[in-house]
Design a protein. Structure first.
Ligand SMILES: [Ca+2]
Length: 118
């Protein structure tokens, strides 16, 4: 009996709440990337495929091939190549904000962002 009583005392003496499982912090919710970040990440991921030689900018040809690739991915193939090229050439002028005939990653991202907002 003494042992049982002693055990009972221990239980009674335990501070209330000690039996609760420790609170595990909620895993932080990982929100979907905001579109801006997703866009930057997508540009960064694909940049090496189109910036031949890792120059850090796109030539008009590289820009056109990237843009036409993106457009073909979303619209499917079958558009008139000459029209696509003319479209891409005019887009290059829009994207090349400082008109140095090169499109930097920042210019490219800004250009795509401006298109996404529409
Ligand atoms: Ca430029």
């Amino acid at each position: 009996m003494r042992i049982v009583t002693f055990a009972g005392l221990l239980v009674l003496a335990a501070p209330s709440g000690a039996q609760e499982a420790p609170k595990t912090p909620q895993a932080p919710q990982v929100p979907d990337q905001p579109p801006e970040k997703a866009l930057e990440a997508a540009v960064a991921a694909d940049w090496p495929r189109f910036d031949h030689g890792g120059k850090g900018h796109l030539t008009p040809d590289e820009f056109s091939s990237w843009l036409i690739t993106l457009r073909t991915q979303s619209n499917g193939a079958g558009e008139d190549p000459a029209k696509l090229r003319a479209w891409a050439d005019s887009a290059f002028v829009q994207a090349d904000g400082d008109a140095d005939k090169r499109v930097s990653p920042e210019e490219f991202t800004a250009f795509l962002r401006s298109k996404l907002k529409k």
